[in-house]
Ligand binder design. Sequence first.
Ligand SMILES: Nc1ncnc2c1ncn2[C@@H]1O[C@H](COP(=O)(O)OP(=O)(O)O)[C@@H](O)[C@H]1O
Ligand SMILES: [Mg+2]
Length: 405
Amino acid sequence: MEIRLKNLSKIFIDRTKKETRAVDDFNVNLASGRLTGLLGPSGCGKSTMLFMIAGLHEPTFGRIFFGEDDVTRLSPDKRGIGLVFQNYALYPHMTVKQNIMFPLENMQISREDALDETQKIADLVGIGNLLERKPAQLSGGQQQRVAIARALVKKPRVLLLDEPLSNLDARLRLHMREEIKRIQRETGITTIFVTHDQEEAMSISDEIIIMNFGKEMQKGKPQDIYLYPDNLFVAKFLGNPPINIFEGEIKDNYVYFGDQKIFQKQAPNGNYYVGIRPEDFKVSNNKEGVHVPTATVEVIGRDTMIRFNANDTQVRALVESDSVRGKDEIILTVNDDKIHLFDIETELALRIVETLSEKEKQEAKELVLYFQNLEEQLSQRKQLEEEEEDIKRTKKKRKKKKGEK
Ligand SMILES: Nc1ncnc2c1ncn2[C@@H]1O[C@H](COP(=O)(O)OP(=O)(O)O)[C@@H](O)[C@H]1O
Ligand SMILES: [Mg+2]
């Protein structure tokens, strides 16, 4: 069942009357039967979005549709949702079986059927043999499976997962990722998976929505977003090590470093933010490209990291170690389609800017300033918090010293 969000917004107003646009005019359709990853930095509005879809937060504006049903004013228990949080609170005094069955208790369903359903779901999530245990007798991963089973037992129309793996250690997280993917495929239930972890979102999602300060930055298949970022934010947010961004000039279909022409790139003359992912550099056999001495390379097993400067910005290239071995100097090139160009003022990909009207360009420019402003406020707030932390810590230390005397 498709989920449609229309002009969905949530604005929080705090004691000082300051507004936070946690979700800001969202218009998206989430594909039926698919897993959509909601990805963005901490505080960008992911949980708020999920809570509105769940019915736990009332939207300030906008509407939410499940298929043809407008569920905007429907209470959570009438929406047909299953919810799993990072802190999956299981009832400690109940067995696994009782925990999973609990949501069925107030339904018109015989105990026999409920037990049947519980066993089926428990088997599906891989804890069918643990039904008589108490939560304290389970590992973190098993507890999370119980939480997922409990969310699924009522056969919800929509499964909502809010950073469900954040409390697990790294190895378990990888495994549970695959398990959630499998469970989602087997049930075919429309799922939203919230995470701030790009790798997690990239590996698990059929489609990703990237958010920043409550706004949609891009939506698409993971690989498409990675290969064709719509804007500078998305380009920088995805990729590890991150994409290189430097200011560069295009002249006569070449990227220039200073007055040296370096890489071929078909594009109109002008200044751009040039984006190149570290892994998209290749060692060239002819003369064209950027010449770098290999004296300071950093070998990371199969790959080698090479650093050089492009118009005063340090750039990192990741190439195969074999291609560098024994050479004093290498020449790096990049394929035309791996060179991303962004408009300086709107920070939008060139292919997008080219389609905009003047008015739309103006709006995009204003959005960049709006984000910059919020970014500044955020960093100021963080600094203040850190200073307060420092003061508290010093006070504590003094007290302790006094106590010792
Ligand atoms: N109940 C609330 N009251 C006021 N502000 C809130 C409340 N919940 C969230 N916010 C603010 O809304 C923004 C988005 O928060 P949230 O949705 O929790 O982000 P995320 O889940 O992406 O980390 C943050 O700036 C947060 O401080
Ligand atoms: Mg959150």
